[in-house]
Ligand binder design. Structure first.
Ligand SMILES: [Zn+2]
Ligand SMILES: [Zn+2]
Length: 660
């Protein structure tokens, strides 16, 4: 009897065999109901063979093979197999995470047809700048696989280059996949794509869509009915029958990296997929990741530059570095920034004060006994949120009411220390009582609707001073915004995390790019106690290439990525000693000494050593050769699986980690 090899959504590196009377190889790629344990599951048929390595009498019979969808195609399997091998993830997990939830349900709900959306009138494309035309001319959609990095300053019109390429792909009868970091933060992009291509069938795919909508959109993409797929990282796995172009906007953004479950980089998967299909991929950013920039410098990627803003009237903002060492600051704000805001108010222009820390204050403390508001479940402080009178842990989400007195000594005089956006908002409102102050962070904007309402307020000039986190930095045009002030930038300059300067530069560059995008000239004031730091000099000169060259040189000297290749093994357990003992056992496996090209470092606690009552340790594996690391990892993983670990210990391997 035919035997089905079925992939199930389990963290196990194996397939499961079932008997199926009438199955044939034509069923490979279909979903199937199978008995598992005491229940039933939905799996994907990976193979149909005449025999199994298990005796047939031990195999159970499969349930129904589901035929509501055509089989998942071979290139989808190939993509998932690559991701499984590269990231040391179980194939079943990779295959099934790529499907929308509704397709994995044992009792699928009835799906009603979507209401037809009114199609907008097509918007004619704007004329191209010389630089945009040059970039477009460099990419040939008919020439097979290529990777291009589009480095364009904020406001230089990268999106227009994407849209023109999409137009070419559509004209050639192909589908285009456009990946963005966070779709909810960029409703303008979605509107723009729909308006430009009203007849193309545009679908979005992201985790905040309702289940039914996501399934509908996924089906339309898979069936080839939708021609433009606009999605976040997971959509990179969507099977698309006519895919001809991949675009990854803001390719440096860390949200392309999945940090839990199957830990993968959608950008890197995108590059593999383009290679697999022999199609072009375009990565765009004003501040590319240093990995991509290094690839562009060595010629592995083509480099396209947009140095001018698309609107010739809109010049890049003037960036001033404000030395705050000898200034009397009020709530962290310098007199120069106060004066600059005052000027904008007088001219009826908008200001933005950027502080990438939400809440009122990072901690509540008692000066009498030294008590601080620690989270009881994490190695972190509870953040004070005065707006809803809570102490909240930003790591595990745990929260409490604000105590009236010190829980340790009873002192009633407990204080907030440091500042976040809420505190800044309160102070700015007191300082400028006539101004309309608007705070924009994840506490004030929780849904797409709220975000759209907020953008509306800003656009229609109903706010004078914006206070916000990096949420405000992402790709929006605020025509009346002419001043950006940045506070609290110094922490990242000398952080232990060697990626911190890269992130800080990207963040400040992005937020600076909000100033002066229309006819009004923009000004950016960055407060710092390290005014001579080269990062600020590069920022003031809008010199990303200079910044990147210096960073890459430092990394090369230190032997950090992209000049070395890394993976971490992490273990979490109720006791740190157990986690570390497990990691030590993993480090002393025979396979480690057999692979001399891979360095294994000592196990250490993670930066956030305790999260939600689990102690977390990690171990870095590093090599100067990617093939050597890739050869080592599966052998190592298999050997680790045989270590006897305490029952509550969990472990995983992350390849190309961004955080430690
Ligand atoms: Zn106290
Ligand atoms: Zn916590």
């Amino acid at each position: 009897m035919p035997v089905l090899s079925v992939a199930l959504d389990l963290p196990l590196h194996r397939l499961f065999d079932y008997l199926a009377e009438s199955a044939s190889t034509a069923d490979i790629g279909l979903r199937v109901r199978v008995p598992f344990g005491r229940g039933e599951r939905i799996g994907i048929i990976v193979d149909v063979a005449s025999e199994s390595e298990w005796p047939q009498e031990q195999l159970k019979a499969a349930g129904d093979i589901l035929r509501d969808l055509p089989p998942l195609p071979a290139d989808f399997f190939c993509l998932c197999e690559f991701a499984s091998t590269y990231y040391q993830a179980a194939l079943g997990e990779v295959l099934l995470q790529a499907l929308p939830v509704g397709l994995k349900r044992l009792d699928p709900p009835d799906r009603r047809k979507a209401r037809a959306v009114r199609k907008p009138d097509p918007v004619p494309p704007p004329a191209l700048t010389e630089e945009q035309a040059g970039a477009l001319a460099a990419i040939d959609l008919t020439a097979g696989f290529s990777v291009h990095l589009l480095h364009g300053v904020t406001g230089s019109g990268k999106t227009e280059v994407y849209l023109r390429l999409v137009e070419q792909a559509l004209a050639a009868g192909q589908q285009a996949l456009l990946l963005v970091p966070e779709i909810n933060l960029t409703p303008q992009l979605e509107t723009r794509v729909r308006a430009r291509f009203p007849e193309a069938g545009v679908v979005s795919l992201h985790s905040e869509l309702a289940e039914a909508a996501r399934e509908r959109n996924w089906r339309a993409a898979f069936a080839g009915e939708a021609n433009i797929i606009l999605g976040t990282r997971l959509s990179v796995f969507t099977p698309l029958p006519r895919l001809g172009l991949i675009v990854i906007d803001e390719e440096h953004d860390s949200s392309f990296k999945q940090q839990d479950g199957m830990r993968y980089s959608a950008r890197d998967i995108g590059v593999f997929r383009a290679h697999q299909l022999g199609i072009p991929i375009l990565l765009g950013s004003a501040t590319p990741s240093l990995e991509s920039w290094a690839n562009a410098q060595t010629g592995r990627y083509g480099l396209l530059a947009l140095r001018q803003r698309a609107n010739p009237e809109a010049r890049l903002p003037l960036v001033h570095i404000l030395d705050t060492r000898k200034k009397a600051l009020q709530e962290g704000v310098s007199p120069a920034l106060v004066a600059a805001i005052q000027e904008r108010l007088a001219r009826r222009e908008q200001s933005l004060v950027f502080l990438n820390r939400r809440g009122y204050a990072p901690v509540l403390a008692c000066p009498a006994c030294g008590w601080v508001s620690r989270c009881t479940r994490c190695a972190a402080n509870m953040v004070l949120h005065l707006a809803d009178r809570r102490l909240r842990c930003h790591h595990c989400g745990c929260e409490h009411r604000i105590p009236k007195s010190c829980p340790t000594c009873g002192n009633q005089d407990i204080h907030p220390f440091g500042r976040g956006t809420q505190r800044l908002e309160t102070w700015l409102q007191a300082q400028f009582p006539a101004a309309r102050v608007l705070r924009v962070d994840r506490d004030s904007v929780k849904s797409r609707k709220q975000w759209e309402a907020m953008l509306e307020l800003i656009h229609t000039g109903q706010a004078d001073i914006l206070v916000g986190t990096q949420m405000l930095a992402k790709g929006h045009d605020f025509p009346r915004l002419t001043l950006v002030g940045a506070l609290g930038a110094d922490a990242a300059l000398y952080a232990a995390d060697w990626r911190a300067p890269e992130r800080l530069f990207a963040q400040l560059m992005q937020v600076a790019g909000r100033a002066g995008r229309a006819e009004l000239k923009g000004e950016v004031l960055i407060q710092t106690e390290y005014p001579d730091h080269p990062l600020f000099a590069a920022l003031a000169a809008h010199d990303y290439p200079g910044f990147a060259a210096r960073q890459l040189k430092e990394r090369e000297e230190a032997g950090f990525p992209p000049y070395a290749f890394q993976a971490v093994l992490r273990a979490e357990a109720p006791e740190m000693a157990n986690a570390i003992a497990f990691l030590k056992a993993a480090a002393s496996l025979a396979v480690v000494s057999e692979n001399e090209n891979v360095m294994i470092y000592d196990p250490v606690p993670m930066k956030l050593a305790r999260l939600a009552n689990l102690e977390r340790g990690q171990l870095l594996a590093e090599s100067y050769s990617r093939p050597a690391l890739q050869h080592f990892l599966p052998c190592w993983r298999e050997a680790i699986e045989s270590i006897k670990a305490p029952s509550k210990l969990r472990w995983h391997i992350e390849v190309d980690p961004l955080e430690f």
